[in-house]
Structure formats: structure tokens, C-alpha cells
Design a protein around this ligand. Sequence first.
Ligand code: NAP
Ligand code: MG
Length: 448
Amino acid sequence: MSTILNPATEEVIAEIEAAGVEETDAAVARAKEAFPAWRAVSPADRARLLRRLATLVEENLEELARIESRNVGKPIAGARGEVGMVAQVFHYYAGAVDKNFGETIPVAGGIDMTFREPLGVVGLIVPWNFPLNIASWKLGPALACGNTVVLKPAELTPLSALRLAELALEAGIPEGVLNVLPGKGSVVGQRLIEHPDVAKIGFTGSTEVGESVMRGAAATIKRVTLELGGKSANVVFADADLEKAAAAAPYAVFDNAGQDCCARSRILVEASAYDRFAELLVEATRGLRVGDPEDDATEMGPLVSAAHRETVASFVEAEPLYRGDTPDGKGFWYPATLIEARPEDRVAREEVFGPVAALIPFADEADAIRIANDSEYGLSGSIWTENGGRALRVARAIDTGVLSINSNSSVRPSTPFGGFKRSGFGRELGMHGLAGYSEVKNVFYSTE
Ligand code: NAP
Ligand code: MG
């Protein structure tokens, strides 16, 4: 039994039966049984079912956003945005079902063609920070390609995925196609990784667990997609619109209380603009509205758990440049914190996954690129400059999967998302997302 808390109040909001190995095997068996019929559903009908699911998510947006807000402690306005994106992702992949084209390839003696076949049963393992949103990035392409799914939500945050499973049935997606199995990673997750009838693991989570997913998948030659940790850079040049960059920077790291794999938690600032930018950044961070997640105006809520708060606190070893306020009373609150750091400091190297940003000066463009790339991770990042040539030069030089120029934005339903280096591999979202959930088959037809 898992006890599910509201991180803002520490109240128990649900008790959930945790699945074990037997239930996992049963769910995989159901998904396997449902696969032949689901792959045979016509593309137009599969698209229609996904579109109906998208519409049901829209119709139940407020309820899903409230579930997500209460379970994760995230501000309701942000939760609405995330659930809105879930619907957009299903709409996008509904539109992609009949556009996952093969090729015809010129060869001698016949016709050569390729098909994109589904893999079979896929196991999806997702984290607690964006429970439904990240699940949709995998469910959309997996279902669109004709796979059946066993989804394991994070132990702390299973509620929104369970509600989604009900909506999938209501949409008319056949039983057995989308199975949601709450339970522990070390039990359900591990069994999915080992199970011979699971063809692929789509995993989002920590780099540490990602390593064990990859090791575990080796025995059955499972396909894996790994979306792992990050320590992304927000690079601010002296020629940037400093007011605009400073107003945006707090949201690039304190959104979702910093529990965001894309958090730009290393803020690199050109030395000549450092003092001015630091002043503006402190002011902007002071303006963050921290408090009750159910209040429409709130921008930052608590962390997900007491244990996670302890981990986050361990990163703050020196007196910070700025430390914000938190509400009194219950809840796993941690203040927005700005720390002046050197690139070699722990807070500038390891993923904090909390509202702690490291502020680091750089000398020039080459120095900025060097520091940005001096990381084992490579997930996201931002560049702020009014010089277009420099923006593109630096964007090409930084080893990271997702970059934005004069913006914090990282994800859109239609554009590829994923990491370089220890941030993982494989791409989700956009048409690239389909590649991870289908296998290319080549067929040669002799005309002789
Ligand atoms: P985590 O501890 O790695 O857990 C992620 C998922 O894996 C959870 O469902 C977890 O289940 C499961 N799991 C844990 N141990 C497992 C095992 N031995 N075998 C199979 N599954 C196992 O990550 P988290 O603490 O939930 O999330 C934070 C991390 O996720 C951060 O590092 C963050 O950067 C990363 N993240 C990456 C992205 C991205 O797209 N790149 C997005 C969001 C988050 P339990 O909950 O039951 O432990
Ligand atoms: Mg964990």
C-alpha cells in the first residue's frame, strides 16, 4: 500500500494498492493479448480514438489539473498548462498515425519498400515531476504506432495516470491497450525491464536509474529510450536585453520548484554585465509568488517530499546571494535560492532538482561555451544575446539536445526533445518521437 500525500499540506489524499511482480506479469499478458487487434485497427480509426482521448482530456482538464496540483504540490496555473499540453500531444499523434510513411528505394530487379511496424508491448516508466505530461509524450507515439502499453507512474504520483486510463476506456480505446500499474520502481519497473514479452522501455527519470534500465534491458535486447537528468546553462551575454533575460531567468529554474529536468540551473553571465544582471535577477526572484498551489496566482509551490527537501538543502553549503521566503506551517517548502558559484562547485555540477540556481561569470564567448559544455549532462539550455550570428554560433557549439535563444521554452508537441551525453538518448515529441516506437521493416518484391 502506498500513502499519497499533498506536499503542500502533508495531508493524506489517497491510499493506493501497489502492484507486485504477479500483477505486472498479468498486465503484460493483457497488453500482449490486446496487441494483434490494436495493430490491426485502421489508421483512421486509431487516429479517431486518440483524438477522442485528447478531447476527453480537454473536457476533464480542470479535474486532471487539480489531481496533479494536489499530488505534486504544483501551482494550479502550471498544472492546467501541463494537462493542456497532454491534450495537444494526443491531438498531434492522432494526426501522425497515417503520416508515419515508409519509403520506396530504387534497386535493381524489383521494388523495395519500407514499413514502420509497431514493436509490441512497451513498458513506460515515468517520474513524479510532470507525471501526466511526460507519460503523454510516450503514450502518444506508442499508441499511434500500434503498440500496447504498460505504464508505471512514479510511486509518489500515480493519481493522474489512473484517471487517464479511465478516460482512455471512455474514449473507446480497447481494454488491454493502455494498462496503468502503480507500484515501486524496484518491483514493477524492474519486472518490466526484465520481462521477455516487453519489447521496449521508454524511461524518464534519473541518470542513475537510467543506467540500471540500460543494463537490465541488455539481457533481452530491449529497445530503450532514456530521458535523464540535466544541469543546463542559461548563457547571458552583455549585449542581451538584460531586463528581459533577468525577468525570464527565475522561471527557467524555479518553475515546478526547480524539479524540472530542463531547469537552467547554471546561470552563466558575461563578466562585464555580471553585477547589473545579478541585481536584476535578485529583484525578479524576489517577485516570485510562492504559496498555496491551489491559488491561481501562485508561481512556486513546495517540493514533492520531505526526503527530497533534505537532498536539495544539502546543496546549499555557503551563504547564498539571495534566499526567498516560504509559507509557515506544514508542507515541504524550500525557498528560491541564488548562489554565486565557481564551475567546479558541487552546486554547479550536480543536478539539484530544486529551486537552487548557481550564478557563474564568464570572460568571453569561448569561455561561455567551455563552461556550458563542462558538464556530464546535455539536455536543454538558453542563450541571451541581441547578436544573431553569435546566437547561432553558440547554439551550434553547445552539446545539448534542446536550446532556446532569447527564451526559456523547451518543449512543444511538434518538436523533438531529448538529451546528449548522460542526459540520455532517443527523441520524444514531434515526428522524431515515432521512431522510438516503431521498427523499420524492409521488403523487396521481385519484378523478374
Ligand atoms: P527516478 O528515481 O529515476 O525514478 C523514475 C522512475 O523510475 C519512477 O517511476 C521510479 O519508480 C522508477 N524506478 C526507480 N528505480 C527503478 C528501478 N530500479 N527499475 C525500474 N524503475 C525504477 O527519478 P525521479 O526521482 O522520479 O525523477 C527525477 C529525475 O528524473 C531527475 O534526475 C530528472 O532530471 C529526471 N527527469 C528527466 C526528464 C527528461 O525528460 N530528461 C524529465 C523529468 C525528469 P518509483 O517512483 O517507484 O521509485
Ligand atoms: Mg527517485
